[in-house]
Design a protein around this ligand. Structure first.
Ligand SMILES: [Zn+2]
Length: 337
């Protein structure tokens, strides 16, 4: 079977076809588009490795093709993915089908469960001396310049507050964190230790302050005063180059790590509700403190309220300066289920 770069959405797989093709100007067996083609076998070892990350699990909600496509978006569409994976599965005689309900193999689940175990300990056993050995040993959060998302000196982020009654807008000073004695606990910060919560776009700040119709909002523009090392909990893995460079073991390790970060990200971005108790914040506060004591200046993660927005938390508010405040009134609300 010959396939084309059009079968793929993943940039790395696309460019592999365009660099290594063996047949030019022919019709792709999968998508039917004329172009440069390569034997499907070229990717067989890689996809065998991807399929090998999963085991059949009748209690799972998702099929193999659904998980693979939703996590990594390898294929232009689900149908092409089914054809390509099924062909490789049958050539290699693997005892799994693209429509089987699957979950991650135990090696990966073990890493995901590390976070679950830590959460359990923090909320029900110990609070201040919880072991991070497994995170350290497996290098699940990496503190080096190649792994950080860097916020550069001069970069601008935003923060909103509902404008106090009778004011046109808040002052730059009022846009900073509350003083220590008035600092409540948040998802990232413990009570009494304020962190600066910022967003990449002004729109995301409106969601984050739960702005309502006709609310007056002050938005502070914060400029970074130095380069900052940020732990990015949205870290997205591009599996193909990892496999080419490091083989199966490295891919397994990197995917486990990604899934671990993903678990934490979903806790960090859980929308606040009025029923939240401070106990729920303890695990994410702990992981932030873990990042802080290991030298990071802050963290970033996707907003759950604005899926395209990125949130930042800076551990020291003096790393950013509020240079300007603008006044906004909310005229339109999008309500999503
Ligand atoms: Zn194709």
């Amino acid at each position: 079977m010959l396939i084309s770069s059009c079968c793929f959405l993943d940039e790395e797989l696309k460019s592999e076809v365009e660099n290594e093709f063996t047949h030019s100007d022919q019709i792709c067996d999968v998508c039917g588009i004329r172009g440069n083609l390569i034997k499907i076998d070229h990717f067989a070892e890689f996809f065998v490795c991807i399929v090998g990350l999963f085991k059949k699990d009748s209690s799972s909600q998702s099929t193999l093709i659904d998980i693979v496509q939703s996590k990594w978006h390898f294929f232009s569409n689900k149908l092409y993915g089914e054809v390509i994976l099924s062909t490789i599965i049958s050539e290699y005689g693997l005892s799994i089908s693209v429509h089987d309900k699957v979950s991650f193999i135990d090696d990966i689940q073990y890493v995901i469960d590390i976070w679950k175990n830590i959460k359990n300990i923090l909320t029900s056993k110990y609070r201040y001396f919880v072991d991070s050995d497994e995170i350290d040993k497996l290098d699940l959060i990496t503190f080096d310049s190649s792994s950080y998302r860097i916020l550069h000196k001069g970069d601008v982020l935003f923060r909103a507050r509902i404008t106090e009654e009778g004011k046109a807008k808040m002052t730059p000073k009022e846009m900073k964190c509350p003083p220590r004695n008035k600092s409540c606990a948040g998802r990232a910060n413990p009570v009494g230790i304020p962190y600066l919560y910022l967003c990449q776009s002004i729109k995301t700040t409106f969601y984050e302050v739960h702005a309502g119709y006709l609310d007056n909002i002050s938005v502070g523009r914060f400029r970074m005063i130095r380069d900052l090392n940020i732990i990015d909990f949205d870290f997205q893995l591009s599996p193909f180059p990892v496999f080419v460079d490091g083989g199966k073991d490295e891919l397994l390790k990197q995917i486990s790590k990604c899934e671990f970060l993903q678990e934490i990200r979903s806790d960090l971005s859980k929308p606040l509700t009025r029923y939240d108790t401070e106990l729920e914040y303890v695990p994410t506060q702990w992981i932030c403190e873990y990042c802080k004591i290991n030298g990071a200046d802050g963290i970033s993660f996707t907003s759950s309220l604005d899926k395209t927005g990125v949130n930042y938390v800076l551990f020291d508010q003096n790393d950013a300066k509020c240079t300007k405040v603008t006044a906004h009134t909310i005229k339109k609300i999008d309500i999503n289920e």
